[in-house]
Write a protein that binds this ligand. Structure first.
Ligand code: UN1
Length: 496
């Protein structure tokens, strides 16, 4: 077990006010990682106070200077990439190649948002009166509350922390109770990069700490990524206080494979999108919508491929699929596999725990003969379980894709450019891929989903900035006299 983790409040590493801690465990070995502060409302209160006080000077720090700190964050993350990746694998299980990718997303985002320090573009537009100037600019909001999940414990917080900081906000960060050690190591990078005390505060713990954040009157924005259940509760609490809320929740993403698809390409993409990160991505593929003609060959190849995947500890270089994050997650997968069987779906491969002495491992699982209405075709499982649904045509495939309660990511494999463009037009998810799996979103484009996946906000890209800024419209009258527009609104008619 390593050293105990602390909260980071006002530039100091401190325990929870109560002194209470909780333990997390390596999901591959079940060994304890380290005790972390079990924070409560009083700790959140202290963190918000620190953030509020730091906001006074951080908002006035020129954005290019803020950007320089973000570049230093990028450099330090690059230097520490290997140690952060290993810690993340130990704490939440995904394999090293994936945890390295997770850290890399934060590096990319730090450079991208660092550059925003010299842009943060607003716009000017003509105004209705002579000797008058108008512009719209992005302004900071104040104290931002972040609630983040364990499956991307550095990447997802980076999509929130970095744009929030470059825009001049200060932050209280409440990460998942499954990944306090990785979160603390990530926050340490900001401290070492020279971020002033109180600008980024870390409060570890469970739901009550998150609820205290959502309920705090001085927190004007909540950005949440996690389960639908929790997200909707946070939304209701925060909305009752008039806060802006950005939600990223579930997914039930599909890959459509048409008869003319490149089979080998489709097999690779489906395998990694469905079983990579042990199926624990919001972008993971959990439905395969396959056209009748190609189905037998595709299913056969997928079963053969699934059997070659090595399930094991993510620290070992030859592992393809790590453990599920904890026993509860494994139990949920087991429950859904039973539901699938009971519903009459055909289990082709997997469907059982992997044969290892310790850890929360589950074998990559494929069901076929799944019908659209089965629960395994509709509900988010968040594990290595793929359900194949047969369709007759592109139109039917699109309909099946779009009837999901979620709308994050979708994909189509076809060599036909007309079919591809029809799919782009008709698929109603926030992210659409052509001849590519449903995972692998890049940080310079908006990330988020339609329907039950969220509430219309997006992260990443420039759209991600909308959560963390207010628009301020500015009018400058340099005529030196009272113009009619100031006394009535009929300004065009009343000009000069
Ligand atoms: C998530 O699962 O919450 O596109 C994020 C992807 C990654 C991010 C996933 N870049 O799969």
């Amino acid at each position: 077990m390593s050293e105990s983790i602390q909260n980071f409040i006002g530039g100091k590493w401190i325990p929870a006010h109560s002194g209470e801690t909780f333990l997390t465990y390596n999901p591959a070995t079940e060994a304890a990682i380290a005790p972390a502060p079990k924070s409560a409302a009083v700790d959140v209160e202290a963190a918000v106070k620190a953030a509020k006080s730091a906001y006074k000077s951080w908002r006035l720090t020129p954005a290019p200077r803020r950007g320089e700190i973000l570049y230093r964050v990028a450099h330090l993350l690059t230097e520490r990439k290997e140690e952060l990746s290993r810690l993340m694998t130990q704490e939440m299980g995904k394999i090293l190649a994936e945890t390295r990718g997770d850290v890399q997303e934060a590096i990319d985002m730090a450079y991208y948002m660092g550059g925003e320090g010299r842009r943060l573009l607003g716009y000017t537009a003509p105004v209705e009166m002579p000797n008058k100037f108008g512009m719209a600019m992005r302004d900071s909001v104040g104290v931002i509350g972040l609630i983040t999940p364990w499956n991307f414990p550095i990447a997802v917080p980076s999509w929130k922390i970095l744009p929030a900081l470059i825009a001049g906000n200060t932050i209280v960060f409440k990460p998942s109770e499954d990944t306090p050690a990785t979160s603390a190591a990530f926050v340490k990078v900001f401290e070492d990069a020279g971020l002033p005390a109180g600008v980024l505060n870390l409060v570890t713990g469970a739901g009550d700490a998150g609820a205290a954040l959502a309920n705090h009157r001085d927190v004007r924005v909540i950005s949440f990524t996690g389960s639908t259940d929790t997200g909707l509760k946070v939304y209701a609490q925060a909305a009752s206080l008039g806060k802006k809320v950005a939600l990223e929740m579930g997914g039930k993403n599909a890959i459509i494979v048409l008869d003319d698809a490149n089979l080998d390409l489709a097999v690779e993409a489906i395998t990694w999108s469905a079983y990579g990160t042990t199926g624990q991505r919001c972008t993971a593929t959990s439905r395969l919508i396959v056209q009748r003609g190609i189905k037998p060959k595709l299913i056969e190849a997928l079963v053969a491929k699934a059997k070659t995947l090595k399930v094991g500890d993510g620290l070992q270089g030859d592992t393809n699929v790590g453990p599920l994050v904890n026993a509860k997650a494994r139990d949920k997968v087991e429950k859904y596999v039973e539901i699938g069987k009971a519903e009459g779906a055909k289990l082709l491969v997997g469907g059982q725990r992997a044969d290892l002495d310790r850890g929360y491992f589950y074998s990559p699982t494929l069901f076929s003969d799944v019908s659209r209405n089965m629960r395994i075709a509709r509900e988010e499982i968040f594990g290595p379980v793929l359900s194949a649904i047969e369709v007759a045509s592109l139109e039917e495939a699109v309909e099946v894709n779009n009837e999901s309660a979620y709308g994050l990511s979708s994909s189509i494999f076809t060599e036909n450019v007309n079919a591809a463009f029809r799919a782009i037009r008709d698929l109603t998810t926030g992210i659409v891929y052509i001849n590519h799996g449903t995972t692998g979103a890049e940080i310079q484009f908006p990330f988020g989903g339609t329907r039950g996946t969220g509430n219309g906000m997006r992260e990443a890209g420039l759209a991600g900035m909308d959560s963390f800024t207010e628009w301020k419209s500015v009018y400058v009258d340099y005529s030196g006299r009272l113009q009619r527009a100031q006394i009535d609104t009929d300004s065009i008619l009343g000009s000069t």
